[in-house]
Write a protein that binds this ligand. Structure first.
Ligand SMILES: [Zn+2]
Length: 457
C-alpha cells in the first residue's frame, strides 16, 4: 500500500528541527481556524471578537467539555451530524466499531474530570491514531531480537481495555477488526474486569507480539511473568490510559525484556505524546498543541506543574477542539532530549486511580483495577458519573450522579447488582456496597478527580 502524504509527513517530522515542527503546527492551526470558522456555527460565534486573520492561539477563548457537549450540534462541522442522532447511535451496542453515517467513529468517555463526553473521529484523526505512535517505536523494534518476536507471535496485538461501551479503546479495536484486512484477525481485546488469573491464562494462550493497556494491569502481568505464571514474548508494550511511574516501567522492562513505552492520550486526542527511546514523553506537537495553564487559564512557565492543560487538536475537522480544557496537570520541559528529537518533552501527573486488593474465598489476594471497577458502575444505564471510595477492608462507598430521566433508586439497585456480580466473578464475597451521601467531587487536598481510591483507616 502506498503511504498517504499525511503518513509520509508524520515520518519526516520525526527528525525535523524545532523550526520545521513549529511551521507545520502554524500552518495546520491556520487551516483549522479557517475551517472551524467556515463550518462550525459555535466557533464562528465563539471567535466573533477576534480579528479576521486570527493571531496567537493564546488570545482565543478556551472551551470546556460541558460547552462542547451543550452546543454539540453547532460545534460539529457536518450538518448531517446531530446530538440526537449520535445519542441514538451510541445507545445501540451493536454500533461499537461502526461509523456514524458510515463516516465517523464515535467514542465516548467519562474522562478524568468525570463528565461524560462524546467525540467523533474523521479519517485524518484516525490516520494519526494509527501512524503517529509508530514513528516513536519502529526504530527500537527494528532490531533482530524484536523482529524475531514480532514474527514468531505473528504480529498479534493484545489490547487491555474496558469493554462494553463506545470507549476509544474498545470501539477503536472493533473498528480495526471490522475494517483492517491485516490487523483485523490479529488484534484482540482483553477486559481488565477479568480476574487476574484468567487474564494471565488468556494472554498466555494468545501469545501477543504487542500489548497495550493500563499501567496498573501491566504491572500485575510483569509480576506474573517474573514468578513464572505468564510465559509470553512480546516485542512491545505500550502503557496508556493511566500514568505510569519510572519504577513500573523498569519492572516491565525487567520482566519482558522488550520495548516499553508510555502513551499519553485522551479520547479528545488519542496520541498526544509518546515516550522516546531515551525515556522522555514527547508531545506530537505537529498535530496537537498543548498549553499548560493555571486555574485562571494563564500560561504556566516551563518546569512548573500546571493546573490544567489546553488542547488544540490540529488533526480533527469533524468536531474541532480549539483550546479545549483537558483537565490534566502537566510539566512542560525546556531542555532538549538526549534522543535528539525537537518535539517538546512533558510529564503528566495524576490519571491514576488506586488498585484495591481484596481477599478471595480461597484465601488468596486479588487486585481490582481502578478502570475496571469504575467501568462496572459507569456501564449501568443512568449513571452520569461515579466515584468509588474504599472506606474499610470490606466496604466500598459509591458516589454517583444520576442522569435526569432515570429514577435514582432503580439505578442504585442496578449498580449494586452489577458490582456484586463483578466481585462474585473475582471470588470475593464479603464486600459491602454502600451508597455515598455526597456526589462525586475532586479530592479536596490534591484538587484532582480520581475515580477510585482507598480511605481505609
Ligand atoms: Zn527523546
Amino acid at each position: 500500500m502506498v503511504p498517504s502524504s499525511v503518513e509520509v509527513d508524520i515520518w519526516r517530522a520525526r527528525w525535523a528541527d524545532a523550526g520545521a515542527i513549529a511551521a507545520r503546527q502554524q500552518r495546520r492551526l491556520s487551516e483549522l481556524l479557517r475551517y472551524a470558522r467556515q463550518h462550525s456555527q459555535f466557533y464562528r460565534r465563539h471567535h466573533a471578537d477576534l480579528p479576521s486573520e486570527p493571531g496567537a492561539l493564546s488570545a482565543m477563548p478556551p472551551v470546556t467539555k460541558p460547552m462542547v457537549m451543550e452546543h454539540f450540534d453547532e460545534v460539529v462541522t457536518d450538518p448531517e451530524v446531530t446530538r440526537a442522532g449520535v445519542e441514538a447511535f451510541i445507545a445501540d451496542q451493536a454500533n461499537i466499531g461502526r461509523r456514524l453515517l458510515g463516516r465517523y467513529p464515535v467514542w465516548t468517555t467519562s474522562g478524568t474530570t468525570g463528565e461524560p463526553g462524546i467525540f467523533l473521529q474523521d479519517d485524518l484523526s484516525l490516520q494519526l491514531v494509527h501512524t503517529v505512535p509508530d514513528r516513536w517505536t519502529t526504530p527500537a523494534l527494528l532490531r533482530p531480537k524484536m523482529i524475531s518476536r514480532l514474527v514468531r507471535n505473528n504480529f498479534r496485538g493484545a489490547e487491555i481495555a474496558v469493554t462494553g461501551g463506545h470507549f476509544a479503546g474498545a470501539s477503536g479495536i472493533a473498528l480495526i477488526q471490522r475494517e483492517s484486512r491485516f490487523l483485523g484477525s490479529r488484534i484482540r481485546m482483553f477486559s481488565p474486569d477479568l480476574p487476574i488469573d484468567e487474564l494471565i491464562e488468556e494472554l498466555g494462550a494468545f501469545s501477543p507480539a504487542s500489548i497495550t493497556g493500563y499501567s496498573t494491569v501491566l504491572v500485575e502481568l510483569a509480576r506474573a511473568a517474573s514468578d513464572g505464571r505468564l510465559a509470553i514474548t512480546p516485542a512491545m508494550i505500550a502503557a496508556s490510559g493511566e500514568a505510569i511511574s519510572r519504577a513500573d516501567k523498569r519492572e516491565l522492562r525487567g520482566a519482558f525484556e522488550c520495548v516499553v513505552r508510555e502513551l499519553y492520550g485522551a479520547t479528545e486526542g488519542v496520541v498526544l505524546a509518546m515516550e522516546c527511546g531515551s525515556g522522555s514523553l514527547h508531545v506530537n506537537s505537529d498535530w496537537f498543541v498543548l498549553e499548560p495553564v493555571d486555574n485562571d487559564r494563564r500560561p504556566v512557565p516551563p518546569g512548573q506543574l500546571s493546573d490544567t492543560v489546553l488542547l488544540t487538536n490540529l488533526g480533527n475537522r469533524i468536531q474541532p477542539l480549539i483550546r479545549y480544557d483537558l483537565g490534566d496537570s502537566i510539566v512542560l520541559h525546556q531542555h532538549a532530549c538526549a534522543c535528539g528529537s525537537a518535539f517538546p518533552v512533558i510529564e503528566v501527573q495524576g490519571r491514576q486511580g488506586e488498585v484495591l486488593v481484596f481477599s478471595t474465598d480461597r484465601g488468596t489476594k486479588t487486585p481490582i483495577f481502578p478502570l475496571a471497577l469504575s467501568g462496572v458502575v459507569e456501564g449501568v444505564a443512568g449513571v452520569a458519573r461515579c466515584q468509588i471510595v474504599r472506606v474499610s477492608q470490606t466496604a466500598l462507598e459509591v458516589r454517583m450522579e444520576v442522569a435526569p430521566d432515570h429514577p435514582r433508586a432503580t439505578v442504585w439497585s442496578r449498580v449494586r447488582q452489577a458490582l456484586a456480580q463483578f466481585f462474585d466473578a473475582h471470588g470475593v464475597h464479603d464486600v459491602e456496597i454502600r451508597p455515598g451521601i455526597q456526589p462525586p467531587r475532586r479530592n479536596p487536598h490534591s484538587g484532582k478527580f480520581s475515580h477510585v481510591w482507598s480511605e481505609q483507616p
